[in-house]
Design a protein around this ligand. Structure first.
Ligand code: NCD
Length: 312
C-alpha cells in the first residue's frame, strides 16, 4: 500500500507518529539554539501556501519553516489569482502540480476541504491542513502540545482547562484530540452553554462556571470569540463574556502556582484575556509562536519522506 502523504487531522496519527513529530521539532529547536539555522532537507521541494482565510502566524511560520529546510515556498495570491475567474481549487492544484509543486498548505473555511483535496489528487502530493472549518488545525495542536511538553513532563498527570468559544474552535478540537492521544488526565471545557459542544468529546467535561474548574489546573488555554464563524453573535455582550470568562490575574491565581497560559492567537486583549495575563509570568503564548516554526519543519520533513516513499 502507498504511504499516506498528507496531514489532514490529528486523528490520523498514531501516538508514535505524534511523539516522533514532537521529538523532531524539539531537535530542530535545540539545534537552532546551538547555531544550526539551515538544512538541505527539502531543497528539491516546492511548497505552495494556499490560504483562503486570513492568517498571520500560521502562514508566516510555514514560510519560515520551509525556508529553513531550503524548500522553495510560494504564497498563493488569492486576490490576484484565477480563483477570481472561477477556477476551482482542484484545478488550481493540478495547475501548480504541472509546475512541479509538490506540497500544498491549505487554509479554508470548509471543514472537509483538505481531506477532499487529498482524495482527489491523481499525482502524488502532500496536502497539509493549516486550519479548516471549525474542526481541524493539526499543526496548531502539535505546537500546543510541544509547548506543554516543554513545561510539564507527564501528560497523564495534567489538568487542562480550555475556555471560551469551544464549538467554533478548530484549535480546541484538534488540541483535545492530541491531549486525548497523550492520555491527559483531565480536560475541562468552560464557556457559555451555547458555545460548548452538545456532545462533549470523549475524556472531556463541560462547565459553565470558570472559577471552580481552575482549581489545580496545570494548563489554561484561552480562545477568541470567533465571530466570523457565528451566524449571529452568540454571547449577550462582550462585557458579560469578559466578566464570566475573561482570564484575569485573579482567576489565574486560582490554578496551580506553576500553571501555564496558552492562547493560539490572534488575541482580543481584555475580552478573553487581560493584558497582565497575556504578558505575565505564566504566559507561554510567544513560545507557542516560536514552537510553531519547528513543528512545521518537522511536519514538512516527515511528509517529504512519505512522498519519496510514494514515488518509489
Ligand atoms: C486560529 C485559527 O485560525 O484557527 N489561529 C491560529 O491559527 N493560530 C485561532 C483563531 O482564529 O482564533
Amino acid at each position: 500500500m502507498k504511504p499516506y502523504t498528507h496531514l489532514i487531522d490529528i486523528k490520523q496519527l498514531h501516538i508514535s507518529e505524534l511523539l516522533h513529530l514532537l521529538d523532531k521539532a524539539q531537535t530542530f529547536k535545540n539545534e537552532y539554539s546551538s547555531g544550526k539555522r539551515q538544512y538541505d532537507l527539502l531543497k528539491d521541494m516546492t511548497i505552495v501556501n494556499l490560504f483562503f482565510e486570513p492568517s498571520t502566524r500560521t502562514r508566516i511560520s510555514f514560510e519560515i519553516a520551509a525556508k529553513r529546510l531550503s524548500a522553495t515556498i510560494i504564497n498563493f495570491d488569492l486576490d490576484n489569482s484565477s480563483a477570481q475567474k472561477g477556477e476551482t481549487i482542484l484545478d488550481t492544484i493540478y495547475t501548480l502540480q504541472a509546475m512541479d509543486c509538490q506540497m500544498f498548505v491549505i487554509r479554508h473555511k470548509e471543514t472537509d476541504m483538505a481531506s477532499w483535496l487529498a482524495k482527489q489528487l491523481i499525482k502524488p502530493a502532500a496536502i497539509i491542513n493549516a486550519g479548516t472549518g471549525s474542526i481541524s488545525h493539526p499543526t496548531q495542536a502539535l505546537l500546543d502540545t510541544l509547548t506543554i511538553k516543554q513545561h510539564k513532563k507527564n501528560f497523564e498527570k495534567l489538568k487542562v482547562v480550555i475556555i471560551g468559544d469551544i464549538i467554533h474552535s478548530r484549535v480546541a478540537t484538534s488540541l483535545i484530540e492530541a491531549l486525548t492521544l497523550l492520555q491527559t488526565k483531565e480536560i475541562c471545557l468552560v464557556g457559555p452553554e451555547n458555545l460548548l459542544p452538545e456532545h462533549p468529546p470523549l475524556k472531556t467535561s463541560c462547565h459553565l462556571k470558570l472559577e471552580p474548574t481552575l482549581k489545580d489546573a496545570d494548563v489554561i488555554v484561552a480562545l477568541r470569540l470567533q465571530k466570523e464563524r457565528m451566524e449571529t453573535f452568540m454571547v449577550d455582550s462582550i462585557q458579560s463574556f469578559h466578566m464570566k470568562y475573561g482570564l484575569t490575574e485573579a482567576r489565574v491565581s486560582l490554578a496551580k502556582p506553576d500553571v501555564i497560559v496558552l492562547h493560539p492567537g490572534p488575541m482580543n486583549r481584555d475580552i478573553e484575556i487581560d493584558d497582565k495575563v497575556a504578558d505575565g509570568p505564566h504566559s507561554v503564548i510567544l513560545d507557542q509562536v516560536n514552537n510553531g516554526i519547528f513543528i512545521r519543519m518537522a511536519v514538512l520533513d516527515y511528509l517529504k519522506s512519505k512522498l519519496y516513499e510514494a514515488k518509489a
